[in-house]
Design a protein around this ligand. Structure first.
Ligand code: GLN
Ligand code: ZN
Length: 732
């Protein structure tokens, strides 16, 4: 039995990856030095693989993102040097960032014009083959043509694009073979999506041609099951890799169709997305079961993680603050490799280490809860009645102006926060620093003339981590960093026991802000779905059970804010859409519990205006669920791509109010009045004049004050202009 692993984090134990690239950006090191640093990081990574596993891909290392690198390999873009390379990631030529499937990793979206002629522009795998030739029997990493095109923004005919592209893939494989490559690690995670029959046919056709080369190819899939698995059996792949953690249906497919004798099966059995430690004996049973139901010989079975390991922090070894008892329930990436080695040992009769690795942590009441929650239904919000109740309480003008919540978090704030964490300054002085920032922000917003104010979220380093640090049931790590995109990292919190609100979370800051002004201050809370989506779950409970616990805890917070005089509550749910399952068939169940959790959170007197904020989403798919959610106003990201998102609302009965973002805060440039007006016009056209709010796309945490001031001023000016226009119109 062999062990196969891939996607091991490239960040480095001390985040060397981030430091090196950012030093290059700021000019502290030059290109040659950066290359040297990166090679060392890669050597270290390979070293870790070698310690535990038999096979790992060469060339999966990237300086920014592998989808973008694939676009470079096939000539979609050409770069002159590394500075030019990073221009596409974050400079003037910056490509759009998008979530990778339903994970929290963002990739750069290649733009492929119709009639693009692909060609082999950069043989990246060959570079790694030459540089690490002593590993030439290891598989060489590439992303497959289907996934590459599916995740890109490709114009024109998909069929003709993929046919042409696959010719170039074939050329690449042939070249690699002549240079001594033995094996290819080819990832096609998009194979787990709902794929239409005509498209399946195209895939089979493309691969039949592609696999005419002599080099052997391992097909790697993950995140779900591959519904058309059977059709892949006839293709001459050397091995197929399937996810048996998230894609449990793969088991049923194997049972139904067996497995071809000529192939190896790479069984993804240890979880690459969650951190619950594996019960090694259960995993051994799973592998045994796979072997049995599909009649596979032992020597054809390979064990692996369920998906690439970069969704996990690198290692538990650097978490000295964590309680040993809790630590013994967790595995990060390196521990997953160790688990694979334990599974192999058990197969060879060595059980000792496996016995001490995992302890049962008590039974949960999952079964009972499952039933209880499945029968819950939501209440339709009664928009009209709520509107009347809120009108007199808030007396807002037409086209009310507001922001999404956070304001620039500058160096000084980050330093004070660090000092406070290290114990260099007292809680008292930290709090008074924050209060000072809040007061200044209230005056700033009043001066600009915004209608609904915010407290600025200065107490929050991160919208999820802050809540995790203050709610019961969560733990946070010191070094559990995971890449979100490029060099951007975050530390997902870990839910390890029942989630409870033990103290008020943001009541002090928000009610302080409200006392300073006569204008309404929105109370902003991160929603239950986003918190579960961006945390790890150690408990033997499904996400929805935890979302309901969170919903009750957050509802208590909202209620207390209302008691303290807050008239508007905003629940942020940027992960609402992204957390939905990859398979359509599972989505109704997900959305019904997600809506329910949201509605528990927002169970408040009807005169309290409820807002929600979601970032960029393909709303056309979820409007039917938005209608069932208990909110009065939704603010969304709109400014990109000519505000097309607004059109999706044309065809549906959507009665709530909406704040389409008029300023793309991901760009470094302030919003122009013209662009604000054009989005507003478009929104008025679809929603009428009475339901439209004016606000930026998202929070302003990462922006600088000058562009914030300018853009908000323009926003308010435009809102006033339209107010006048429509009020005059009304008088006549
Ligand atoms: N209220 C949050 C902020 O303004 C929302 C962030 C988000 O949607 N990602 O920062
Ligand atoms: Zn947002």
């Amino acid at each position: 039995m062999h062990i196969y692993a891939y996607g091991f984090p490239r960040l480095g134990r001390k985040r060397e990856f981030k430091t090196a690239i950012e030093s290059f950006w700021s000019g502290r090191i030059n290109q040659d030095q950066l290359i040297e640093y990166m090679e060392n990081i890669e050597k270290e990574r390979i070293h870790t693989y070698k310690k535990y596993v038999d096979f790992f891909p060469l060339g999966e290392f990237t300086y920014y993102d592998n989808l973008f690198d694939t676009a470079l390999i096939f000539g979609v873009y050409r770069v002159k040097n590394l500075s030019d390379y990073f221009e596409y990631a974050r400079g003037k030529k910056a490509l759009e960032l998008k979530k990778y499937f339903n994970t929290n990793y963002h990739y750069l979206v290649p733009q492929i014009p119709s009639h693009k002629k692909f060609y082999l522009s950069w043989n990246k795998p060959l570079f790694y083959l030459n540089n690490f030739f002593s590993f030439h029997s290891q598989p060489l990493y590439i992303i497959g043509p289907y996934t590459f095109l599916k995740l890109s923004r490709a114009q024109g005919n998909f069929k003709s694009l993929i046919y042409q592209l696959s010719q170039v893939y074939k050329l690449l494989l042939e070249k690699l073979y002549t240079k001594g490559a033995k094996l290819i690690h080819l990832e096609e995670p998009a194979f787990v999506l709902d794929i239409s029959y005509p498209e399946r046919k195209i895939i089979i056709d493309v691969y039949r041609n592609l696999l005419k080369t002599k080099v052997r190819v391992n097909l790697i899939t993950y995140y779900e099951s591959v519904d058309f698995l059977k059709s892949l059996y006839d293709l001459p792949f050397h091995a197929l890799s399937l996810d048996f953690v998230a894609g449990i249906n793969n088991l049923a497919l194997l049972k139904k169709y067996g497995f071809p004798k000529d192939k190896h099966l790479i069984c993804g059995v240890v979880d690459g997305r969650g951190v619950r430690r594996s019960d090694i004996f259960k995993k051994v049973k799973l592998v045994e079961n796979i072997k049995k139901i599909a009649h596979i010989d032992s020597e054809k079975i390979i064990i692996a993680p369920s998906c690439p390991l970069f969704h996990l922090p690198l290692t538990l070894e650097d978490e000295s603050r964590l309680d040993e008892k809790i630590k013994s329930r967790i595995s990060f990436a390196q521990e997953r490799l160790y688990e694979l080695s334990l599974i192999k040992k058990v197969f060879f009769g060595e059980t000792k280490e496996a016995e001490v690795w995992y302890r049962e942590d008590g039974k949960s009441s999952f079964k009972k809860r499952d039933k209880e929650f499945a029968t819950l239904t939501w209440e339709e919000s009664r928009i009209k009645e709520r509107k009347i109740a809120q009108k007199t309480k808030l007396s807002l003008p037409l086209f009310p102006t507001t922001t999404i919540g956070s304001f620039p978090q500058d160096k000084q704030l980050r330093k004070i926060r660090r000092d406070y964490r290290k114990g260099n300054i007292s809680l008292g002085s930290y709090k008074s620093f924050i209060k000072d920032k809040i007061e200044k922000l209230i005056r700033f917003q009043e001066k600009i003339g915004l209608d609904v104010l915010v407290h600025g979220e200065f107490e929050r380093s991160d919208m999820v981590e802050f809540f995790a640090q203050n709610l019961g049931g969560f733990l946070t790590t010191d070094n559990g960093w995971v890449i979100s995109y490029g060099t951007r990292v975050y530390r997902p919190p870990i839910i390890y026991e029942e989630v409870k609100r033990i103290t008020p979370l943001t009541v002090e800051e928000i009610s302080y802000a409200q006392k300073l002004t006569l204008k309404p201050v929105k109370g902003i809370i991160t929603g239950p779905i986003t918190i579960v989506a961006w945390s790890y779950n150690l408990r033997d409970l499904p996400s929805y059970a935890i979302a309901f616990e969170l919903a009750s805890a957050l509802n208590q917070e909202a209620k207390e804010l209302v008691e303290k005089g807050i008239k508007i509550i905003q629940i942020d749910e940027p992960a609402f859409k992204e957390f939905s399952p990859l398979k359509k068939a599972k989505r109704d169940f997900y959305f019904s519990w997600a809506v329910r959790a949201f509605n528990i959170t927002t169970k408040l007197p009807k005169e309290v205006q409820v807002h929600t904020h979601m970032c960029y989403s393909q709303f056309q798919d979820i409007i039917k669920w938005l209608v069932k959610m208990n909110f009065d106003v939704i603010t969304i990201e709109t400014a990109r791509e000519g505000a097309q998102i607004i059109d999706h609302f044309k065809k549906v009965r959507f009665k709530k109010s909406i704040g389409p973002g008029v300023w793309d805060i991901h760009s470094r440039y302030p919003a122009s009045k013209k662009s604000i007006e054009s989005i507003l016009e478009k929104a008025i056209g679809v929603f009428g004049k009475d339901r439209v709010w004016v606000n930026p796309d998202c929070g302003l945490k990462t922006r600088d004050w000058p562009e914030v001031e300018l853009s908000l001023q323009r926003m308010v000016e435009v809102a006033k202009k339209y107010r006048k226009k429509f009020q005059q119109f009304q008088c006549r």
